[in-house]
Ligand binder design. Structure first.
Ligand code: GAP
Length: 454
């Protein structure tokens, strides 16, 4: 096999996603809507996998974290108290010449609308306005009246839904600090400069966990969660050389944070935030206590009261999705044929195995392949494919990252065995058809690391 992979570009990933039906531009028949996307079958399967692996690590396998699903539209007072109404802003500048808008703090990453394209402000032709603060929250109205009194917001983070439920959950879930509340759900931000495919979008699915701890233990738990989350990203198969941790300096931190570190991934656009881990201190519980009049505090068995401090790991499915595809994308020549292969961790791959009858019109092969597919699909997401040459069917599966293909052939009719083809090594072995289910269960539990060089 000759490796022909060039450093992967975002365009390559966009085109693979489109070709194989992972992700499409949204509202396409109406000309699209800037930076919004719809997920096709394999995209939905991949997102489901990411979400369920996160939930397994953050809730199912722990005694100290419980789940929550709060509303997307909350009482607007929540966003006053949290500081989002006043401070969830980006500085925006308009160019009077090319009529485009840019983030004033990221001009070096933007291109102006005139040809040849330059950085905004780089030529005397650029006529930029003074920066003004632009709030990223989407506004809506609740009820029939559309005035100030009905104004509400689509949540820009899931975290606040957790803080305002602290008292309910702490009492009903019978948990005491240190304990966490985890939530997955859509968040919305009217980003000034969305882009780079799913990396920065206006509607995304956040996976956040707020971990409430005694104030004196916050620093230690911050380190713990940073390590845990980095390990989790490694466990998805992301290559070590593409991951790093970067600590925010004081000027960069959000208004609520006393310490933040980003887990960064080396995307095709450079090192960028994959997940943020923040020490939010007692900021949020204190703010909501003051604004709502409900005491969000902890009373220990000796009657001592304190406001827990909060450690927050927060990530979006979209950022993980892009990182996984970039990390897994691979081109190589096998014999005289080129193939594109997604070397995804088998647990992350949208389809775990393909079942292929070598000659679909042969009734014996077709019946056995169908029966194997029906047995396996009760336990795993698998695919039955009988259209086209076997080589093309393998390549289709390679491109969506299916780790194994079980092929029913002439020999199956004689001895009830099938071949299993490994996506990465292309090695083939024979297995009894009756043992395929157990083999696949085992294979999915095995350790895996990317065969691509670091
Ligand atoms: N509750 C804290 C919070 O929301 P954040 O750093 O603004 O912090 C957390 O966002 C995570 O959400 C980021 O690390 C990133 O994974 C994801 N994220 C933020 N904005 C995003 C966007 N516009 N598109 C996709 N993902 C985004």
């Amino acid at each position: 096999m000759a490796d022909t992979t060039q450093p992967v570009t975002m365009d390559t990933i966009v085109s693979l996603c489109r070709r194989r039906g992972f992700v499409f531009p949204s509202s396409e028949i109406y000309g699209g809507l800037g930076s919004t996307y719809d997920y096709g079958h394999y995209g939905v399967l991949t997102k489901n996998t990411i979400r369920s692996l996160w939930f397994r690590a953050m809730v199912q396998e722990r005694d100290d974290i419980v789940a929550l699903d709060s509303a997307i539209i909350l009482n607007p007072s929540v966003w006053e108290a949290s500081g989002h109404v006043a401070g969830f802003t980006d500085p925006l500048v308009d160019c009077r010449t090319c009529k485009l808008r840019f983030r004033a703090d990221q001009l070096e990453l933007a291109s102006c609308g005139r040809k040849p394209s330059k950085r905004p402000g780089e030529t005397p032709d650029c006529d930029l306005t003074e920066p003004r603060q632009f709030n990223l929250m989407f506004e809506t109205h609740v009820g029939a009246l559309q005035d100030e009194s009905s104004l509400a917001y689509l949540r820009p983070e899931t975290a606040q839904g957790i803080f305002i439920n602290f008292k309910n959950v702490a009492q009903l879930a019978r948990r005491k600090p240190p304990f966490g509340i985890a939530q997955v759900g859509k968040s919305f931000r009217n980003e000034i400069t969305p882009g780079n495919f799913l990396f920065r979008v206006r509607e995304f699915e956040q996976m956040e966990m707020e971990f409430f701890v005694p104030p004196g233990d916050a620093t230690q738990w911050f380190g713990y969660w940073l390590d845990q989350r980095l390990d989790w990203h490694r466990s998805l198969g992301l290559r070590e050389s593409n991951l790093r941790v970067r600590e925010h300096d004081e000027g960069e931190r959000s208004h609520y944070s006393s310490a933040t570190s980003d887990i960064e991934y080396l995307y095709p656009i450079g090192w960028q935030e994959l997940e943020g881990v923040a020490n939010r201190g007692d900021y949020d519980l204190t703010q909501h206590t003051q604004s709502s009049g409900t005491k969000l505090e902890w009373i220990d068995p000796d009657g001592n009261r304190y406001t827990p401090h909060v450690i927050e790991p927060a990530v979006s499915i979209e950022r993980i999705f892009v990182a996984l595809l970039c990390d897994a994308y691979h081109e190589e020549v096998v014999g005289d044929r080129e193939r594109v292969v997604l070397r995804l961790h088998p647990q992350v791959a949208p389809v775990k195995a393909a079942i292929l009858p070598l000659v679909p019109r042969d009734e014996g092969m077709a019946t056995r392949a169908r029966a194997l597919y029906e047995e396996l699909r009760r336990h795993h997401v698998v695919e039955h494919d009988e259209s086209g040459q076997i080589g093309r069917r393998y390549r289709r599966q390679d491109e969506i990252g299916t780790p194994w293909a079980f092929t029913v052939d002439e020999q199956t009719l004689e001895d009830e065995t099938v071949t299993v083809r490994d996506r990465d090594s292309l090695a083939q072995e024979r297995l009894p058809i009756s043992g395929v289910r157990a083999w696949l269960d085992d294979a999915l539990e095995r350790d895996w690391s990317s065969p691509s060089s670091d």
